[in-house]
Design a protein around this ligand. Structure first.
Ligand code: NAP
Ligand code: ZN
Length: 362
């Protein structure tokens, strides 16, 4: 049984170690090494014991962490799915259960919860110096130019899926403006973390006038990135930009009070994507007038989680395109790099962080 250095947590108790754990992987069809693994709130939530839904695989008292990654193929037993040694790949996080959606490649829409997520629920993650996987769960990265930003494929696939749902939702009415485009339509992204930035880029691609907001100002690096992307920032505690209303509201904060604030300024036939989660956010009052407002304006509330293989594919295409379009600005989303041994990144977050990654060559 292969003993490899891994970043682990005794989920759901909390805690983090860089240590050797024994996980059989040598007979798996594809052997991989991580190049970069990303860190997000879920990893930190597992480490500080706040995510009770996280659990170890059967027979283990430790869970290898890591669901955002770009990896190098060390060896591939066959060339199934075109995966060959030396390739860069992104492994899918969610693995199917037995429901019909899972059986047809849409475990993102799992209907009974009987699925697993690498590094989160019952399956070891990718923060291991070497591990095995099946070729059908690996997405090939076609260009070495996105070797580092490719680690954003996993968070971006969530955005791609949410926009797929938005497209279905917006088909119910004329959703474009008098020019047949979205140039007069206004999108607001709540929050200024990495997912919010990816949403903002996607809104710009669609042609929305795109604004992004938080309850405090943001630093210079973030402002420069937003500027390059044509996205306007405002601090909603100081400024109101709602006079023309919002056609698309995307929340990454998970804060009910803030969502309601923007919901109350949403235009007719508007869509609201609920994406951020924060179980500890305070309750907020929603009254009969709010329900009336939602009904009378045909407002569509969309909850969206995860993404399927097709969304990873779209994410890779977008990253390649954005890399060509924004160059170093896109790379600036990766603000911090850590060695696998330095687990401090799991317990503290630098206020200047957009995305922190573990560089497995360090
Ligand atoms: P993140 O960096 O923590 O982003 C959350 C952002 O929301 C931060 O910029 C935070 O601001 C901001 N925020 C918090 N409360 C706010 C408020 N009241 N008003 C305005 N902004 C507020 O996390 P992320 O990695 O980008 O992920 C975003 C969220 O999506 C997280 O909740 C995550 O759990 C969730 N998520 C959902 C899915 C899904 O499939 N639905 C997948 C991945 C992640 P400051 O921290 O700067 O104050
Ligand atoms: Zn399922």
């Amino acid at each position: 049984m292969g003993k490899v250095n891994s970043i682990t947590s005794p989920a759901p108790k909390g805690g983090v170690s860089y240590k050797q754990i024994s996980i059989e992987y040598e007979n798996m069809p594809v052997i991989l090494k991580p190049v970069y693994t990303g860190i997000c709130g879920t990893d930190r939530g597992i480490v500080n014991g706040a995510l009770q839904f996280a659990y170890c695989p059967p027979g283990y008292s430790d869970l290898a962490l890591g669901h955002e990654s770009i990896c190098k193929v060390v060896s591939a037993k066959s060339n199934e799915f075109g995966i060959r040694s030396g390739d860069l790949v992104v492994p899918q996080v969610r693995r199917p259960g037995k429901c019909l959606n899972c059986a047809t490649g849409r475990s993102d829409n799992c209907s009974d919860g009987d699925k697993h997520e690498a590094g989160i629920t019952g399956m070891h993650g990718f923060m291991r110096e070497e591990f095995g996987d099946y070729p059908e769960y690996l997405l090939k990265v076609s260009s070495d130019s996105i070797r580092e930003v490719g680690v954003l494929t996993e968070p971006l696939k969530n955005v791609e899926k949410a926009f797929e749902v938005y497209e279905v939702a917006s088909r119910r009415s004329i959703s474009t403006d008098r020019f047949g485009s979205l140039s007069e339509k206004r999108a607001i992204v709540i929050g200024t973390g990495s997912e919010a930035f990816l949403y903002a880029l996607k809104c710009r691609d669609y042609g929305f006038q795109t604004l992004i907001t938080n309850r405090h100002p943001v630093d210079d690096l973030k402002m420069k990135f937003l500027d390059a992307a044509g996205v306007e920032f405002f601090d909603y505690t100081k400024e109101h930009r709602d006079s023309k209303g919002w056609d698309l509201v995307i929340d990454t904060s998970g804060d009910p009070g803030t969502i309601l604030r923007f919901l109350r300024k949403t235009n007719n036939n508007g869509n609201i994507i609920l994406f951020g989660t924060n179980g500890k956010a305070p309750a907020t009052g929603i009254d009969g007038q709010d329900i009336d407002y939602i009904i009378e304006r045909n407002i569509f509330l969309i909850g969206s989680v995860d993404g399927a293989r097709v969304h990873y594919e779209r994410a890779l295409q977008d990253l390649e395109r954005w890399n060509a379009q924004y160059g170093d600005r896109l790379k600036s989303l990766i603000t911090h790099r850590f060695s696998p041994q330095d687990t401090s990144v799991f317990t503290k977050k630098d206020p200047l962080e957009i995305k922190s990654v573990i560089d497995w060559s360090m």
